[in-house]
Design a protein around this ligand. Structure first.
Ligand SMILES: [Zn+2]
Length: 308
């Protein structure tokens, strides 16, 4: 009897129906488990990795009970909890599933290094990126400094713990790339999932800069409305290949706008410096923007204006 009670409890989740909980379950119903059907992917459900008789929602990671493994219940969760995804095609969820499986594979590899060391590695990579320092600094300067500091302050044993933080140049480059990909994905999702007009609005800030190898780089930031507040997001940094005319700047910006599914009709403002390639009335970057959307408010950057 104990066995039976434990088995029934473990197969139930808070989501399962009260009527089912109270129902008199016989041993035959316990063994007759509902099986996952590939069609359930259209409600964003996949079988749980731990127990494939339980459905897991890919969007919120909720695991439902085996009793809920029927289209009506899965659909109810899907429509109630994730209304933004209702119009998505089946292929969207199939892609999501393969991304999840790939992530799980990668995560398994990462787990060989302690979680805290992974976090430290990511945070150091972020710091180097923000301070624009070479990736090799992590291995050549930061790690030796850490070892000196913890040896002096905590002891030799602590040095061994610090040594496991992955800080090679390649690792730092990979971390920065994956954080950058994540920012890009968040931006794509923001514009793909938004149904209301306000959240689709955006403003753009662009500026040119020259890197240490004398190449022209274009930096762009977006201002969007997310979770009810105004947020600034890094948009992209790309090299201006040959010339730096208004047309070149526009083409580069436009490629990035279109690849992320952002619409010019929702652009409310563009902010640039006063350079002719940006502000030029006929051929400047803003002239190209105004051709597409004449309602965009053009702002001359305050900080640049102070300098000029
Ligand atoms: Zn869900």
């Amino acid at each position: 009897m104990d066995k039976y009670v434990i088995k029934t409890k473990s197969s139930e989740s808070p989501d399962s129906d009260k009527t089912t909980k109270n129902a008199k379950v016989t041993s035959s119903t316990v063994s007759a488990k509902r099986k996952y059907n590939d069609e359930y992917i259209e409600f964003a459900f996949i079988p749980s990795k731990e127990d494939n008789s339980l459905p897991v929602c890919m969007l919120c990671s909720t695991t439902l009970s085996n009793e809920a493994m029927v289209p009506s219940k899965l659909r109810r969760h899907f429509e109630k909890k994730h209304p933004l995804y209702i119009n998505k095609e089946k292929s969207y969820f199939e892609n999501l599933r393969s991304q999840l499986y790939n992530q799980a594979k990668r995560f398994k590899n990462l787990c060989t290094v302690p979680e805290k060391a992974q976090i430290a590695s990511y945070e150091i990579a972020q710091l180097l990126a923000k301070k624009k320092k070479p990736h090799a600094d992590a291995e050549n300067i930061i790690l030796p400094s850490l070892e000196i500091a913890v040896k002096a302050m905590i002891g030799t044993q602590a040095v061994e713990r610090v040594k496991v933080i992955p800080l090679s140049g390649d690792t730092i480059a990979r971390r920065i790339q994956s954080m950058s990909d994540d920012i890009e994905l968040q931006l794509k999702e923001h514009f793909a999932n938004n149904q209301d007009k306000m959240s689709n609005l955006w403003a753009l800030q662009v500026d040119e800069s020259t890197d240490i190898s004398n190449k022209a780089q274009l930096l762009a930031f977006l201002r969007i409305i997310k979770d009810g507040s105004i947020q600034n997001q890094f948009f992209f940094c790309s090299e201006l290949k040959q010339t730096t005319t208004g047309q070149d700047v526009f083409e580069l910006v436009n490629t990035n706008i279109e690849s992320r599914g952002i619409k010019w009709e929702n652009c409310i403002s563009v902010c640039t410096d006063g350079a002719p390639s940006m502000q030029g009335r006929k051929k400047g970057f803003v002239a190209h923007v105004l051709k597409i959307n004449p309602n965009v408010k053009i702002v001359h950057c305050m900080i640049h204006r102070e300098v000029w």
